[in-house]
Design a protein around this ligand. Structure first.
Ligand code: SD4
Length: 291
């Protein structure tokens, strides 16, 4: 008994998730709906962790990371890309129009222009002001705490019951130049296996990568765990491998082939959006550390 279509995403991105949900209702396939959904946040200059308006690295450059995965198991990713807002759509171009899975920096940017993407200044006045403020102390604390992150990972199941997803971010604020987190790494920030389901992550990318979190969740669902149980076990894995877990946030969302969903995180404060039965609902996530 499968509910479809379904869309879920990290954080309270009401409009992004609704956009994806409505696109699915209108017959979009799962990947195109997810890309359309996350584009809402890529274009939202108030979101300082995704796309245009994203916080720069510690030298003042906004560099974006994204990946997509479709229901055939094809994947595309771009890392450390400047001047392009819709990097999830660019990741799809890498997947479809090149023989590769991942392109970095200038090479990805050049491909974007070749395909008609426009160059934009991603550093908004507000993020430049915040950056200048940060420069006064230049305290390099590459720690994702509970509030200062808003990466969007999205999982969609279309009316055919096929699952795909997208994940897009500007990464850690004031990161080292060239630093890439989990979000564009297939298996870490996102993983889809259309026979089983999908998962996506947000939070401290280094910890998510070291435990290959999204792949782990899909494999746990393959073994029979529910999306909720699988997210819990993946958070448990991070916690058991790093005794410093009190200091950073990691959060996961997951969906299986029945359209069942789950989410879990280390610290209270994480939520996901779920579009199901034509309703778009915010679901507060349970956490390893209780309030
Ligand atoms: C990263 N996981 O680059 C991302 C950061 C994030 O909301 O999720 N921010 O490590």
């Amino acid at each position: 008994n499968t509910t479809k279509p379904v869309s879920i995403c990290t954080w309270g991105f009401t409009k992004a998730n609704e956009t994806a949900g409505l696109a699915l209702e209108n017959g979009y396939n799962a990947l195109d709906a997810a890309i359309k959904g996350v584009a809402v946040e890529e274009e939202n200059v108030k979101n300082t962790t995704v796309g245009k308006g994203g916080a720069p690295d510690r030298e003042g450059n906004v560099t974006l990371d994204a990946c997509v995965m479709n229901s055939n198991g094809d994947a595309g990713a771009v890392v450390c890309v400047e001047n392009i807002t819709n990097v999830a759509a660019l990741a799809k171009v890498v997947m479809e129009d090149t023989p590769h899975v991942m392109l970095a920096a200038k090479g990805a940017e050049e491909l974007a222009y070749e395909k008609g993407f426009v160059s934009e200044n991603l550093l908004t006045e507000n993020s430049e002001r915040a950056y200048r403020e940060w420069l006064k102390t230049s305290e390099y604390k590459p720690i994702i705490n509970i509030e200062n992150h808003d990466t969007i990972g999205m999982l969609c199941m279309d009316t055919n019951g096929d699952i795909a997803g997208a994940c897009t971010t500007s990464g850690l604020s004031y990161k080292m130049r060239g630093r890439v987190g989990d979000s564009p790494i297939i298996g870490s920030g996102l993983f889809i296996d259309n026979e089983i389901g999908g998962a996506a992550a947000t939070g401290m990318g280094e910890e998510i990568m070291k435990t290959v979190g999204s792949f782990l969740i899909v494999e746990l669902m393959r073994q029979g765990k529910s999306p909720q149980e699988a997210c819990e076990e993946a958070v448990q894995r991070v916690v058991s491998k790093n005794s410093g877990y009190q200091e950073f946030q990691v959060a996961y969302i997951a969906m299986n082939k029945k359209g069942e969903t789950g989410s879990y995180c280390i610290h209270p404060g994480f939520a996901m959006m779920e579009y199901k039965d034509q309703k778009n609902t915010r679901i507060e996530s349970d956490s390893y550390i209780k309030k």
